[in-house]
Design a protein around this ligand. Structure first.
Ligand SMILES: Nc1ncnc2c1ncn2[C@@H]1O[C@H](COP(=O)(O)OP(=O)(O)OP(=O)(O)O)[C@@H](O)[C@H]1O
Ligand SMILES: [Mg+2]
Length: 291
């Protein structure tokens, strides 16, 4: 599906079936920092029960859009609707019951263990006195087990490796047990095995529990493999949104990411697989070189 600035990036229907309703919808969003505009006229549908990958070059506004969608940043214009309600009218606690976020580059306070950190995922559920109940401890242990950090539960977060720390933050989000998960580069710092484990975990939660996922990913092949929908952001605007096969085209990869690439069918999954040959600039230069 092709679109330009200001148009609605409505869900593409699969095989002519009725499109899924939106769990989260950003309408006519303009946002930025101080007086600097970053996002211009964004319309985004995050389909209920689907995995949506937000992709785009560095600085294109992915984290900014995720912050607006999760109420971490107020937009200058526009509205975000969550389960039919304007998030501007929802309290932080109400938001935390419905949506969990793994931000980009989170920083934990000093002297906090993994278990302490993950516990914070239950605060929206337990009320002002923060007395954890049995079901809260079950949710915390389950989240820690999901990211395979059981043996690290009593370690200070400061002492973990980058990848272990990233999984601890993911566990915090999972412990919230919300219907929507917003993840900003959940595979940062992870080796290839742990990257796939995290993405498979998210995929499994989506398939078995109907979790709605909005995640920022840099690896386009991961986005193609794990997302139902891809949304491409460039210079603060959505340039394409739709299913991976419709999005991943050589022209788009050249124009948005500046790479010359082939798209092939991954033999096992049938999903698109990008083989980037060289930067588009280099390809252009070499076409002028004398043979
Ligand atoms: N707190 C901030 N104050 C001022 N400018 C900011 C702030 N956060 C981000 N920006 C700017 O907004 C633009 C978009 O940043 P954003 O973090 O949304 O990009 P991104 O697509 O997530 O990039 P990356 O892939 O590198 O994470 C960038 O030019 C960035 O410098
Ligand atoms: Mg970012």
């Amino acid at each position: 599906m092709s679109a330009t600035n200001g148009t609605t990036h409505a869900p593409a229907s699969q095989n002519g079936a009725a499109p899924a309703p939106s769990a989260l919808q950003a309408q006519a969003i303009c946002a930025g920092y101080d007086k600097r505009a970053i996002l211009e006229h964004i319309d985004l549908h995050v389909l209920q029960g689907k995995v949506t990958a937000l992709v785009g070059p560095n600085g294109s506004g992915k984290s900014t859009l995720l912050k607006v969608c999760t109420k971490l940043l107020a937009p200058a214009k526009g509205t975000v609707i969550l389960d039919g309600e304007n998030i501007a009218h929802l309290s932080t606690r109400e938001m935390a019951k419905r949506l969990a976020i793994l931000p980009q580059g989170p920083v934990a306070p000093a002297n906090l263990t993994v278990r302490d950190l993950v516990e914070q995922g239950r605060y929206a559920q337990v009320g002002p006195f923060r007395m954890l109940r049995r079901q809260d401890h079950v949710a915390i242990n389950r989240a820690i087990a999901m990211v395979q950090l059981e043996t690290f539960a009593d370690r200070d977060v400061d002492t973990l490796s980058g990848g272990e720390r990233q999984r601890a933050w993911l566990a915090l989000a999972l412990a919230q047990q919300t219907a929507i998960l917003a993840l900003d580069e959940p595979t940062t710092f992870l080796d290839i095995g742990h990257q796939l484990e995290v993405l498979e975990l998210v995929h499994e939660l989506n398939r078995t529990e109907g979790l709605t996922v909005l995640m920022v990913l840099h690896d386009l092949n991961h986005a193609a493999a794990f997302a139902d929908q891809m949304v491409v952001l460039n210079h603060g605007s959505i340039v394409e949104a739709g299913e991976p096969w419709s999005i991943l085209q050589p022209d788009l990869l050249r124009q948005v990411f500046g790479v010359a690439a082939s798209i092939i069918r991954e033999p096992e999954s049938g999903k698109p697989l990008i083989v980037a040959h060289q930067s588009a600039r280099r390809a252009m230069e070499s076409s002028f070189e004398p043979s």
